[in-house]
Design a protein around this ligand. Structure first.
Ligand code: FAQ
Length: 348
């Protein structure tokens, strides 16, 4: 469970079906003159940094890679509602509650844009959600850790949303149009999320009691390394990176994004007055970047493979929410059928 690569039936894709005596390596062997031309046009558009749209021909491996990445991203957004959602009823003031409600609701919205973008590739939302609910689909490792105190909520905004923005800004230039366009709005909202988290922590660090300051530091200690791992395995161990970069889906590698995140976060931590929990973290004059210590990749893979502290709880909560929401979906469908019938009668 949960460990399998995302894999769903391809659906009916007449324009692509003949072109895929596809090698599992991700390279497509064109099998007719027409497909040679289609592949050449696709390659030329990618080389020219153009956009691919849903109606365009695309290699089946490109389609599958996008469905994998976009659906994992959508799942991450909706599972990502849970760790912070746990704190809505316990927020320390009405202002913080209103901000947190808006943020968690935004994450749900991001999931919806992303499922819609993935649907344009011919995979239904039901298929994607089934993969999530049965543990076949991945979602970000970061959401399998607990939010023990209110400071965790601030740290998720500052560091988790901060890492998410670093990874997602380049996706606004992704070669697949619907994904790139969805990411523009997502990034704007993530930027508010990051700022509200940082501001909440700043208030605790500058106006709080010693106990509140200690609570912030403890939360930073818990999340720092998990956020570095969130960017994915080192480039040398990242099986999808090379092809993703060639196709203009990924623009910046996992390690380069991780480095940018470290460099951007160190001065923010100084302003906050917290210590990032890494004795090896220091400025390297010759590289013009910060060096940092080793990430525990065994712990990362254990979490990705379903054995993190909250994997089971997160999945159970999602499945329960889906089951308990059945009546809402049924009611919405009944209403839309009724409306359609009414319009039909009026038109007749
Ligand atoms: N967790 O070869 P690569 C957010 C998997 S949204 C779990 O490097 P790729 C907003 C990877 O899928 C956070 N699995 O793969 C928010 C692959 O497995 P597969 C999510 C991971 O695709 C904030 C295998 O390892 N963001 O935070 C992780 O080239 C606060 C090998 O990896 C996105 O999804 C991981 N961390 O690069 C919400 C952004 N990392 O599929 C609420 C879009 C890697 O072959 C609150 N996605 N894996 O079985 C991406 O940019 C890429 O997919 C990467 C991975 C960078 C995540």
């Amino acid at each position: 469970m949960y460990t399998q690569s995302f894999s769903v039936p391809d659906g009916e894709q007449p324009q692509a079906s003949a072109a895929t005596s596809a090698a599992s390596s991700g390279k497509v062997k064109p099998i007719s003159a027409q497909e040679v031309a289609l592949q050449a046009a696709f390659d030329a558009r990618i080389d020219a940094d153009g956009r691919i749209e849903p109606q365009d021909w695309m290699p089946e491996a490109y389609r599958k890679t996008l469905v994998r990445q976009i659906s994992q991203h959508a799942h991450s957004e909706i599972v990502g509602m849970l760790p912070e959602g746990n704190w809505i009823s316990r927020a320390p003031s009405l202002k913080r509650k209103a901000i947190l409600l808006a943020k968690v609701q935004d994450e749900g919205g991001h999931g919806l844009y992303l499922y819609s973008a993935a649907e344009t590739l011919g995979t239904s939302r039901d298929q994607m959600l089934d993969a999530l609910h049965t543990g076949r689909a991945k979602y970000s490792s970061i959401f399998n850790y607990p939010t023990l105190t209110w400071a965790d909520v601030g740290v998720i905004g500052w560091l988790v949303d901060g890492a998410a923005i670093m990874n997602q800004i380049p996706l606004c230039r992704c070669s697949y149009g619907p994904y790139a366009r969805a990411m523009v709005r997502v990034c704007k909202e993530e930027s508010f999320h990051q700022r509200q988290g940082y501001e909440a922590l700043l208030v605790m660090m500058t106006q709080g009691t010693q106990a509140q300051k200690d609570m912030v530091q403890a939360a930073v200690n818990r999340w720092w390394w998990k956020c570095l791992a969130m960017f994915g395995p080192p480039d040398a161990d990242s099986p999808n990176s090379a092809q993703g970069m060639r196709w203009g889906i990924k623009r910046i590698s996992n390690d380069d994004l991780r480095q940018k995140f470290v460099d951007a976060t160190v001065p923010q931590a100084k302003v906050l007055g917290v210590t990032l929990p890494d004795p090896d973290l220091k400025w390297n004059e010759s590289r013009q970047h910060h060096d940092y210590g080793s990430i525990d990749w065994d712990e990362f893979w254990a979490t990705v493979n379903g054995n993190g502290p909250c994997n089971k709880e997160r999945l159970n909560t999602r499945v329960k929410a889906w089951q308990e929401g059945a009546w809402v979906r049924d009611a919405a469908l009944a209403h839309s059928r009724k409306q359609a019938l009414k319009h039909h009668k009026e038109a007749a």
